[in-house]
Design a protein around this ligand. Structure first.
Ligand SMILES: [Zn+2]
Ligand SMILES: [Zn+2]
Length: 166
């Protein structure tokens, strides 16, 4: 996805708004257990100053996630910031610098990089997810069982000092 720089390069410091939709398919995101269900929509602005382009945006994408607590699949609108600087090709110092190609920049890589960095390592279907029963494995959000209660009682019976505690 290319952004046109003609206007911002003609007039340094002028802020250009933009809004784009880009389909993204990244193995690394799939490997982390997320499925991408929508294009990534990126909205923000950019300006050019002293041979550098400054971009600030917010990206939004719908993901299919797996709850780390109850293992259910659920959809989530995931929002992440994209804030990057691009340098002219003759000013590149590091391999991972984002480069300005004459009158355009490609924002695909910075969007993907920020996407991956923002992905949480643990995710829950809801804040108060009850998780799975450690005994029968049922999803406690949908089923109530008293396995854990029974196990507690059994442990107390098996433990000869259990009665003393009571
Ligand atoms: Zn859950
Ligand atoms: Zn149970």
């Amino acid at each position: 996805m290319l952004l046109n720089l003609v206007k911002v390069k003609n007039e340094e410091g002028i802020v250009q708004q933009f809004s784009v939709e880009m389909p993204i398919d990244v193995d690394l995101i799939r490997e982390r257990g997320y499925e991408i269900l929508s294009p990534v929509s990126v909205k923000g602005n950019y300006y050019y100053q002293n041979e550098e382009l400054f971009l600030t945006a917010t990206a939004q994408v719908t993901l299919m996630c797996v709850c780390d607590s109850c293992a259910e699949h659920f959809e989530k609108v995931f929002i992440f910031p994209v804030k990057e600087t691009f340098v002219e090709d003759y000013n590149v110092k590091n391999d991972d610098d984002y480069v300005i190609n004459h009158m355009t920049v490609n924002i695909e890589k910075p969007v993907i990089d920020n996407f991956i960095q923002s992905l949480p390592t643990k995710i829950k279907c809801k804040d108060d997810c009850k998780g799975l029963c450690s005994v029968c494995g049922k999803n406690k959000n949908f089923f109530s069982c008293n396995c854990e209660e029974i196990e507690n009682i059994q442990q107390q019976l098996e433990n000869p000092f259990g009665k003393l505690k009571n």
